[in-house]
Write a protein that binds this ligand. Sequence first.
Ligand code: MSP
Length: 508
Amino acid sequence: MAKFYITTPIYYVNDKPHIGHAYTTIVADILARYHRLKGDQTYFLTGTDEHGSKVAQSAEKINYHPQKFCDERSAMYQLAFDTLNISNDDFIRTTEKRHEERVMVILEKMKKGKTPKGNDVFFEGEYSGLYCTGCEAYKKEEDLIDGKCPDHLREPEQITEKNWFFRLSDYNDVLMEKIFNGELKIAPEIRKNEMAGLLKQGLEDVAISRNNVAWGIPLPWDKEQTVYVWIEALMNYITALGYGTKNQKLFKKFWPAVHLMAKDIIKFHALIWPAILITLGEQIPELVFAHGFFTINGQKMSKTIGNVIDPIQLVNDIGVDPARFYLATEMTFGNDGDVSIERMKEAYGAHLANGLGNLFARITGMYSKYAENIDYKVKINTKKYSLIVDETWKNYENFLDNLVVDNAVGEVWKLIGWCDKFVEENKPWELAKQKDYKKLSEVILILLENLRHIGWMISPIMPDTSVNILTLLGYFDTDKTLKYAKLKKWGIQAKTSPQNAILFPRLA
Ligand code: MSP
């Protein structure tokens, strides 16, 4: 049986959850639900990143102990994800004992290893550089614009510290080779090229510890130091699976992962993380996939500008499934995207209320009207009509297997468009007038069968609406245990009595 392990980044708790975090998590959720639908063994992990100077400073500002701050903020992420109907199997927090203990085991294991060039993996040194607390990373002069970090719009601090280092430069050739022989999969292509470009310039060694950051995991062999937040954060993807304990059942079952994130943090995932895994003698990730960035009305989302959209507010305004639908489809595969409340309302009207909602109401409405003349035994040209549905499933799967969620949704909406056209072409109301009940039955049953498929296809994207549609059609109770191969086959429905309903009421 196939397996699928998908992760989101673990989010920094100094920020409150916004629709950027929601976006990555919704896309991961759609993929996880799709793989569960297919019957794959699926594991979906998300969580919060809670150590480091940035979090400690945010807690201090409001006179909180960092742990209390983390507890409150992490709960906000969990609440937001529950509100968005996210089906994660685990939620990891880096201040949990299970994570802290396993990180120490992992670091000790790495320390015993050698780099691909036969050197010690870690070494002690002094580092002087420009540190951006916003990124929790050292920056080079050439990364800055007007002396400021372009992501956080502030000047980094000049820091000189005694640190422990990971000899990342020794992994340069191995990583390059793995990118070129296709073993290290980075998508989309533009990000792969960007990583290959960094390798061409040559990787520098990276600090794995900090000297003056108390809010962190102590470095096992030098308790004066704490583990650099990025190094332990990356490890969450395996500590959550029990790596570093005797029982590594989940790790054995699910590793390696598909890592989803935005392009801001791809370097950590596509270069540093595989190097750590190589040192541990473990498989590198199955795929590192970076999507683009959301802006709001063309502007970067920021607390200072005050344009941050709270996902819970969004769900309150338009409902959970419409919020998931809008966010998942507004960003074109791999590109940046822009969110606006006006477009959100437009999309709701065009694709949900007038699109899917209208089609559903129309078909079930016609069924109710003509129910007594519908003959379930009528012969349907299955070969002809299954073609469009089979084709839709094929394209839908192809897109979702490649993480192109917006196009997969587009395929379903093409099918909705086909159904609308089919109604217009066949005019069931005229068939009823002419008392052509044979043709009328055929047309209505074809449309109902298409709706059933649409109901299943949207289940990863809009889970509640899917259950709603299938239940209203009268299938869900019996169909929910159906195997994937069977449910996507055309024409399996039994006689049901579809109910009419408004799936998407007009927005106020
Ligand atoms: N804690 C690190 C990640 C460690 S993973 C081992 C971190 N956290 S973060 O809170 O800053 O989250 C960054 C991620 O949030 C992005 O990679 C992306 O997945 C998501 N997004 C945050 N803002 C976003 C947008 N404006 N648009 C799209 N995604 C956004 O980095």
